[in-house]
Every structure is written in C-alpha cells, then in structure tokens.
Ligand binder design. Structure first.
Ligand SMILES: NC(=O)c1ccc[n+]([C@@H]2O[C@H](COP(=O)([O-])OP(=O)(O)OC[C@H]3O[C@@H](n4cnc5c(N)ncnc54)[C@H](OP(=O)(O)O)[C@@H]3O)[C@@H](O)[C@H]2O)c1
Length: 246
C-alpha cells in the first residue's frame, strides 16, 4: 500500500517541495495551509495523489480538520509539520510575537499532540512517524529573532518529550526533529544576504533523507551542524555579547 502522508504548512517553501516529491514517488499526500489557491495549484499537479484542506494551525477547528484529512487518506503513516513563521524583530513587537507563538507554539503543540493521540489510539499499532522542521535558531537565544528562536526551542523540547512518551507507552512511533539553517524560501527577507544559504531543492532532499532514515535529530546541512556544535560551546556571558544579526 502507498505510504499515507500529511504535510501541515505545504502551500509554499519546504512543505510544498516535500508534497510534490512524495507524490512523485507514489505516496498518497494530504496537504494543508491557509492559502487555498496555492494548495489547489499543488494538488492539481497530482490530482490522484494529493488532496488539500485549508487549515490555520492555531485555530479552534485545526484538529477537526486534521482528523478529516486522516479519514480522507484512509489512515496515516507519516505526519510532517512544516508550518512556521518568524521575523527579525529587534523591537519585540506584540503583533509579531503573537503571530509567531500562534503558529510555532500553539498550532505546533495542538497538531503534534493530536497526531500523537491518533497513533496511540489506533489499532492495530503499526509503525508510524511524526517529523517536524524546527531550526538551528533554537540552538541559542537570538536577540533579533527572540520569539522565533524561543518558539523553535519549544518545538524541539516538545518533540523530545513526545518521543519519550512514545517510548514509555511502547508505541512504534519514530519522532524526527529536522533543524535546518537558512533556506531560500518566503520565510526569509529576499532583499537580505544570508550566510550558508541552501536551495529549497537541496534542503528538501536532506529533509527527506532524515525522515527516511528515521533520524531522531538531524541538522541540515553539515556546515550548519559544525556551526551549531561550535555555538553550543560558547558560554552564555560571551554569547550575549555577540552581535548576531539574522
Ligand atoms: N527558510 C529557512 O531559512 C528556514 C530555516 C530553518 C527552519 N525553517 C522552518 O521550515 C519550516 C517551513 O518554512 P519555509 O522555509 O518553507 O517557509 P514558507 O515558504 O514561508 O512556508 C511556511 C508554511 O507554513 C504555513 N503556515 C504559516 N503559518 C501558518 C498557520 N498559522 N496555519 C497554517 N499554516 C501556516 C504557510 O502557509 P500559509 O501561509 O498558506 O498558511 C507555508 O505553507 C518553518 O517551520 C520554518 O520555521 C525555515
């Protein structure tokens, strides 16, 4: 049977690339996001293999929509959470803070929890996977992107906790936390220069490889793995004096 995959946050960027790549490889894919015209255009490329539903991950009806997507696929093998938002926001504006927490914290927790409960309760228990795109921005608190880096840290801790819960409950559930560095997508400011920027195609290949191998944590790519390993070694009194500006 074809693998059944749900991708949350698939109207653009990595989620979009993943949807098209999985459909091209014969999977059945259900995608969601808020911008319906973009979802429709993606589904139209694989009308037999991609279905779509509009969803705001932080809205009250998001979990009901998720369950309808699972029903439409006839079950679920892999959930990938790609929805995310973030800003360079040195002013710490309330609006940007609220939008970031809505998607990366409230929406993330409610969708990942609902997927976990689905996998826990379904019978028979068969292998399943939850994967999410977090970020290298969670490695340390980043002053100019405080809400984003803190929200990604929340996501990483939540995934670690879910993995432990699955182990306690002896669920055959793989939890995969993928931590990319900069990727050229709409999330970034197109007018700015970013170091070690990756193309969406390159990053998507690495994301799919991490999911296929069932990695628990994978930093994408090797350059970012080295850089974040170095960041971990920097003591806090020195870190807070660095002028990190992205
Ligand atoms: N690009 C990077 O440099 C980079 C680096 C590290 C990690 N990441 C992470 O990778 C993930 C994918 O981002 P991307 O780079 O592919 O950027 P993107 O093109 O902006 O994609 C973000 C996706 O999230 C969806 N989304 C945002 N808010 C949502 C909400 N409230 N409800 C439902 N869907 C929502 C968007 O769809 P709608 O607007 O249609 O709802 C879109 O499909 C994010 O979690 C991001 O933090 C990106």
């Amino acid at each position: 049977m074809a693998q059944r995959i749900i991708i949350i946050g698939a109207s653009s960027g990595i989620g979009r690339k993943l949807a098209l790549a999985y459909a091209a490889s014969g999977c059945k894919v259900a995608i969601s996001a808020r911008r319906e015209p973009l979802l429709k255009e993606i589904a139209a490329q694989y009308p037999d293999d991609i279905t779509y539903s509009t969803m705001d991950v932080g809205a009250a009806d998001a979990v009901d929509t998720l369950h309808r997507m699972i029903d439409s696929l006839g079950g679920l093998d892999l959930l990938i959470y790609c929805a995310g938002t973030g800003f360079c926001d040195p002013e710490l504006t309330p609006e940007k803070l609220g939008v970031t927490l809505h998607t990366n914290v409230d929406g993330f927790a409610s969708i990942i929890s609902a997927a976990y409960r689905y996998f826990r309760d379904r019978a028979p228990r068969v292998p399943a996977q939850i994967a999410a795109i977090t970020s290298v921005a969670a490695t340390k608190g980043i002053g100019v992107s405080a809400a984003y880096s803190a929200s990604k840290s929340f996501e990483q801790k939540f995934l670690e906790a879910i993995a432990q819960l699955a182990h306690i409950n002896r669920l055959p559930l793989t939890v995969t936390d993928i931590r990319p560095g900069f990727i050229r997508t709409d999330l970034l400011d197109a007018s700015r220069h970013y170091p070690m920027l990756m193309s969406p195609d390159y990053a998507t290949r690495l994301v799919m490889s991490a999911i296929r191998r069932g990695r628990s944590v994978d930093t994408v790519d090797w350059r970012w793995r080295l850089l974040t390993a170095a960041w971990h070694l920097i003591p806090r009194p020195i870190w807070v004096r660095l002028n990190i500006n992205f």
